[in-house]
Design a protein around this ligand. Sequence first.
Ligand code: MEV
Length: 423
Amino acid sequence: MSKQISGFSKFTKEEKINWLSKNYFIHKEQGIKTLNSYLNSDEKLQDLHDDFIENTISNFYFPYAVAPNFVINGKDYTIPMVTEESSVVAAAALVAKFWSTRGGFKTTVISTTKIGQVHFMFNGNSNELEAYFIAIKSELFKVTESITKNMRKRGGGILDIELRNKTNDLKDYYQLHITFETMDSMGANFINSCLETIANRFKKDGINIVMSILSNYVPDCLVRAEVSCKVENLYKENAKHYAQNFVNALNIANVEPHRAVTHNKGIMNGIDSVVIATGNDFRAVEAGVHAYAARSGTYKSLSNAKIEDGVFSFWIEIPLALGTVGGLTKLHPLAKLSLEVLQNPSAKELMQVVACVGLAQNFAALRALTTTGIQKGHMKMHLGNIIKQLGATKEETAYLLDYFANKTVSHSDVVAEFEKNRK
Ligand code: MEV
């Protein structure tokens, strides 16, 4: 039986759910009940969420947590995080506390510009195109004036428009490569509106525009975060040995892409969670970060570490296009609250906070990996989830937590002990 449907978006929420239930749910009533149980009883709030996207039928919850005790450039932060991965917030909080007594995190924003491009095809004389571009360039700034007015007032706008000849890569391919400063907004809408206006002006003169879009590759929207302390203050025992292995782990991630991807994934565990909590676009951040990690032609670590004169330093440089105004940042009540918890940062300050959480996450992972291994901590956090899945009672939960307190946790061991205890 075909499951094709037309006019679905016009259905009411209830009609959509009923259609879904009829066509896909195995336990129809239960499916509907689950969807409805995740709807918010506050109608206004639910309407707000319904309108974020098309065809909303419910809400999908992720835990919203905070990691306190971050000290960044001498200022205290409690950092909101949204993630489903059990150990991420615990690790961030632990590492924040650790570095708070060792000078905290130091950060610098290296650059803040973003790029948008108008891609077009032209099969005439390239010198003539260049002359045409030079003649029209100031007009391209002019046609966007009404869009850039407010941004210019805030200190941003279009910084430069370049004509780039890409015909060596692709026959007839040229682009306008445009540099933007978008201040406290991530700037996607602003950039795309400017680009389309510029492209329309170009089109008037018969140029074949292919597309106009911002680039999520933002190597010039870069932030650095670092921590450092004496090697002997890093570990309770065998500090020299463990610190050297920590650096070895970084060096491995710099020469071995299989490791680098996992290494950077750990960093993104932290980064994404704050990016989501503040209503920013984590897909844009992910795309830009991984492209940056591969900028040399080999995919490498985003972080680095060294030991010099008995001092251990660990740092990250990462491109982050973030906003603290616009988009969902003020529209989603929790994103707005996250920014409040962060003491209403500028986009630049948010870049610094996010980079620190990435570095903290990476520190936690590498410290565990090069000492006790990762599974001990992970499985401890996972234990609670397994117990819940088993539908354990309060007493059974207490028993299992106690039983596994000093044991290695595995899914099968927990199930076996749960069943044994229940009998
Ligand atoms: C798991 O989500 C992240 C780690 O694999 C990161 C790493 O290996 O560095 C632990």
